[in-house]
Design a protein around this ligand. Sequence first.
Ligand SMILES: [Zn+2]
Length: 156
Amino acid sequence: MMRRSETGTYALILEVGAPFSVAVGKLGLFCGEAGWYIYCGSAFGPGGLRARTAHHGRDSQRPHWHIDYLKPVAGISEIWYTTDPVRREHDWIRLLRTDQRITAPRIGFGSSDCACDTHLLYSAQKPSFHAFVRKAHADFPVHGTISRVGSVPFPG
Ligand SMILES: [Zn+2]
């Protein structure tokens, strides 16, 4: 269970039921397939992971992050997270992309402030939590524990 104000890195595992097209701020129109989307971010500010993931679970009247624009079409299925003090979001994107089935559906999505070409990934199948955890601990021997929760434990 995520404790109040714990900080760290998270991945939203999003399920999309049908092909969609949404306008994503300055990025423009984004057309995507049904399937699974993975968005990686981090929350090291006040409120930490709990406040940030609660934000992702609520409708946004004024979208702030690119991921906010996907809310009308994508449901949060799971949240993977770690309270590791190192900001892991960029490493997680790189690790996830070593799986050939995981692709980058839109270059520039969520990566305005870093060197990654995107922070949103796509997979036709639900991504495997256990495979990801194994990969993270193999690549980073000192990586903090990675946990998984459903979207339900995060009331606004
Ligand atoms: Zn990045």
